[in-house]
Design a protein around this ligand. Sequence first.
Ligand SMILES: [Fe+2]
Length: 360
Amino acid sequence: MIMHAADDQAQTRWTTEAWYQAAWAHEVKAEPLARTFLNHDVVLFRDADGVAHALEDRCCHRATPLRLGAVTDLGLQCGYHGVTFDGAGKCVLIPGQEAIPGQAGVRSYPVIEKQEIIWIWMGAPDHAEGSKLLVDFPWNDDHAHWPHLHDMFEVGCSYQLLIDNLMDLTHIPFIHRLTIGGGNQMGQVDARMEVTPTDTGVHYIRWMENIAPPPTYIKGAGFAADAMVDRWQEFEFVVPSTVLQWTGALEVGRGAVENRHQPGGFSLRLFHGVTPKTDTSCYYFWTPLNGYKPDDDDATKQLFDEIGFTFQEDVAFLEAQQSVMSAQPEGPLVAIKHDKARLQAEHALRRFITERSGSR
Ligand SMILES: [Fe+2]
């Protein structure tokens, strides 16, 4: 199937009628945090009660960016003339003036705080109410069994290209030779794979049985250098732009295929939150959860550093890919066998955008 880069991107651009990750909860404090979502400039902050809010990053008085302001007991105060807005965007103070004009207000975006994540709704606010969060990741709240650190990369590629990367893991033995892709290259490419469409996206699991563990797994779980393992990679794409991961390995002979919930071995859960910034840039929120040595803080930090290094390797390829697609929007693209999950995810995203565009 021949597709052209421009078709690929334009058709599945995005929908505002959805929840997107705006931040990790700990990033939003009693000070303005500026971000751009779906080409809209937004400022996040916590009010005096610690509740998170999101407002358009523009004061209605002189169009000054509110990110230059400060949080007070009343809300977010513009840094220019002190005009202040509460979390709903209502103007609650104009220094030196009693009467507040009815039209004095700024747009506010609905937010949900759940499982260490701040979700934002960029569509019509009254549609947010009835639209439930499609993502559930309870392990984020279970630091005892799944300790983890959080990070976010700003990446110079469209959010779809990042999702694509997570839907085709045959890139791992090529891009990530030094970390999660070392060892038997073709054994990783030829993994047994099951792809299953879901109501909210696509799920797949890849099995590599009787294979040498990669460097990250040897370092983390302490597998013997000559150990052979049964390794799995389970991923779920949830529209519009979240990927949930559970990957790991157990020594051959421990029946991993029948039961992965066994002590020892390597077990990593990963949350990938991808949010469009512009047509050719996105926020990549990620956190790797240490399920193999939960009482070992050094292991949690080591895993975080390894995964951070691994994702930097992806970023280099993704940004290079984006620059070629931007330079040659009409360039042909040829799908191959390993694009199965990617194409399913793209199909699910298109369906979702079409459904949601109907709800405007
Ligand atoms: Fe990767």
